[in-house]
Design a protein around this ligand. Structure first.
Ligand code: AMP
Length: 285
């Protein structure tokens, strides 16, 4: 790709640029996003930069992954700042398609990762992962990356996308990058912008509950129900409404009855009309 940041709005504009980079022997790294970029996104771009000769980012607020009463229309859109962040983090190409570019009139093909998509986020946001899997497969077809970078922040999402590329033989390596947090532990999220100062303070309870649960499990707690109850208490005491706060198998996402060597703690909670998710992987010996 040429030096400097190329910004493309069309599939036809993206394809020759990635083809040129590939022909020049560069591996293509790809970071799909919905924009309103923060340090979490930047860490993904930097990891792509570290591993790949050429780095593409997409910014697309994907309508098919939002439910009818969700925040699609008010989702933050900060394109100028996002392009500056991409440039700063070392991206080569940013793909900023319109809705029509991604979903031409009459689009009727969707990707469904059955099973994994029905739990947790999928149960509370019907159709969400169908929208995610569909748009990510389309973006993979457009960019044809060698390596694609996703955040552990969206634990279930990366698991579903790993399953999708395995099941459909998509020739891309999925890399999952650690969750970037605010100094007080809150997982960075574009949706944190919705929080007023009081809610921002309340939101700390999610990561506080996760860290406390992890510590308790690491020091040998055998009663998972007690751990779950404590997570719920901490989050509810701060005034949030819980969608789920539990422990699951990190591969199957089956909810656990007892601790096991590897677990993932998963939380989704609402503060007014803001919905936040977070998770933490826990290993015990
Ligand atoms: P989004 O723009 O929310 O769709 O996120 C785009 C990518 O950034 C996804 O792979 C997310 O998992 C990842 N991401 C979002 N927040 C964070 C974070 N705090 N730390 C690391 N990755 C993140």
């Amino acid at each position: 790709m040429p030096k400097g940041l190329a910004v493309e709005e069309t599939v036809a504009g993206v394809r020759p640029q990635v083809a040129a980079a590939r022909n020049a022997g560069q591996a293509i790294g790809f970071v799909p996003t919905m924009g309103a970029l923060h340090a979490g996104h930047v860490s993904l771009i930097e990891q792509a930069r570290g591993r790949c000769g050429s780095v593409a980012v997409s910014i697309f607020v994907n309508p098919t992954q939002f439910g009818p009463n969700e925040d699609f229309t008010r989702y933050p859109r900060t394109l100028d700042a996002d392009l500056a962040a991409c440039r700063e983090a070392g991206a080569d190409l940013v793909f900023v398609p319109s809705k029509e570019e991604i979903y031409p009139a009459g689009s009727s093909t969707f990707v469904e990762v059955a099973g994994l998509s029905d739990r947790f986020e999928g149960a509370f946001r019907p159709g969400h992962f169908r929208g995610v899997a569909t748009v990510v497969l389309k973006l993979f077809e457009i960019v044809r990356p060698d390596v694609a970078f996703f955040g552990a922040k969206d634990y279930q999402q990366q698991l579903i996308l790993r399953r999708m590329v395995r099941d459909l033989d998509v020739p891309v390596e999925i890399v999952t990058c650690p969750t970037v947090r605010e100094p007080d532990g809150l997982a960075m999220s574009s949706r944190n912008r919705y929080l007023d100062p009081e809610q921002r303070e309340q939101a700390r309870s999610i990561s506080a509950a996760l860290f406390a649960a992890r510590d308790r499990l690491r020091t040998g707690e055998g009663d998972l129900d007690a751990v779950r109850s404590e997570m719920r208490r901490t989050i509810e005491a701060a005034g949030l409404s819980i969608d789920y706060a539990t422990a699951a198998d990190p591969e199957t996402l089956e909810e656990l009855r007892a601790p096991q060597a590897k677990m993932v703690l998963l939380v989704a909670a609402r503060l007014g009309n803001v919905r936040l998710i977070d998770n933490m992987e826990v290993s015990v010996s």
